[in-house]
Ligand binder design. Structure first.
Ligand SMILES: [Zn+2]
Ligand SMILES: [Zn+2]
Length: 156
């Protein structure tokens, strides 16, 4: 699997591959902050995420690998085309253009693969086998990791 982690200091993206980077000490290519990555046995042997190689925590959610800018871009372009049809007095085609945008967005969403994301450090895992324990995004769990709620104990 491929992992995209973020530098603690400058938040720039750091990418690793569990096939080649088993355990390593490296430094952020931007600010030189030391970075330590250690893949768990389960990641190496089963290609399944159980512990974060970047922060060591065990809280993850699963989401579609959807690029919001791309999705928004499609809608904006179709809306502009639709407005052109309004201008040339073809209102039906305006709705057709909007419908087309919705269909394309939906198709993209269905076809896109799922990614696993670490709650505490936002590292993203692509190409991993889905761990059945990981569910969709839950704001309560994020609150725990961002220190906004008390009374929860860290599950890791
Ligand atoms: Zn950095
Ligand atoms: Zn993490």
């Amino acid at each position: 699997m491929r992992v995209t982690a973020y530098c603690e200091q400058c938040e720039c993206e750091l990418t690793f591959d569990s096939e080649t980077d088993h355990e390593l000490e490296t430094a952020c290519h931007n600010c030189q902050t030391p970075v330590r990555i250690a893949f768990s046995d389960r990641i190496l042997q089963e290609n399944m995420v159980d512990a974060c190689p970047s922060c060591g925590k065990r809280a993850f959610y699963v989401q579609k690998d959807f690029n919001r800018n791309l999705g928004l871009g499609i809608v904006v372009i179709c809306a502009i085309i639709g407005l052109y049809f309004v201008w040339v007095d073809r209102p039906f085609l305006f709705y057709a253009a909007l419908g087309f945008a919705v269909v394309i967005d939906t198709l993209l969403y269905l076809l896109l693969p799922e990614v696993t994301v670490c709650y505490p450090c936002k590292a993203v895992f692509r190409g991993a086998k889905r761990n059945p324990e990981h569910k969709g995004f839950d704001l309560h769990i994020l609150d725990v990791y961002e220190g906004r709620s008390q009374g929860y104990s860290d599950p890791s």
